[in-house]
Design a protein around this ligand. Structure first.
Ligand code: SME
Length: 149
């Protein structure tokens, strides 16, 4: 998948849908267009927790609510920095969801410097994520942020 084209498609999705629908459609787009993205979800900050919003994948996760600071998701929310875990079996913060997951990326969605949510993607491929994914997903996080309160 060409990420530059994907950004244009995602802009069109965000600008034509209301935000509840837009977040689900962005999740669907990422899941459907990038083979190595095997589970895609958006968590929303609610108080001191991250609460799962729209998601796509073969299975639901048991981690519907993650306290700030727990797991890869909670770490990224606390620091406000993108986390790439190239081998989830080697990271003691990792909260397991799916037996097939090998690597993970979590990208905070920020508004005026505050983390309001995040994009969480699992891959069944080891070391699936690099700087291209970071740049791509941080751009999407920024686009989503301007439509989220
Ligand atoms: N693995 C995440 C939990 C969420 S699932 O990947 C859907 C973590 O360690 O925070």
């Amino acid at each position: 998948m060409d990420y530059a084209t994907a950004i244009e498609d995602i802009k069109a999705i965000i600008f034509t849908a209301d935000i509840a629908e837009a977040t689900q459609r962005v999740v669907d787009y990422l899941y459907d267009h990038v083979d190595k993205y095997n589970w895609v979800g958006i968590y929303i900050v609610e108080g001191t927790n991250l609460v799962l919003g729209p998601w796509r994948g073969k299975q639901a996760t048991e981690h519907m609510k993650i306290p700030m600071g727990r797991g890869i998701c909670g770490s990224a929310a606390q620091t406000g920095k993108t986390e790439i875990v190239s081998d989830v079996s080697n990271d003691e913060r990792y909260l397991a969801c799916f037996i097939s997951t090998r690597s993970e990326i979590v990208v905070p969605i920020k508004k005026t410097g505050q983390v309001i949510g995040e994009i969480d993607i699992d891959s069944d491929i080891p070391n699936a994520f690099d700087q291209n994914d970071t740049d791509f997903l941080e751009t999407i996080a920024e686009l989503l942020s301007s439509y989220m309160s």
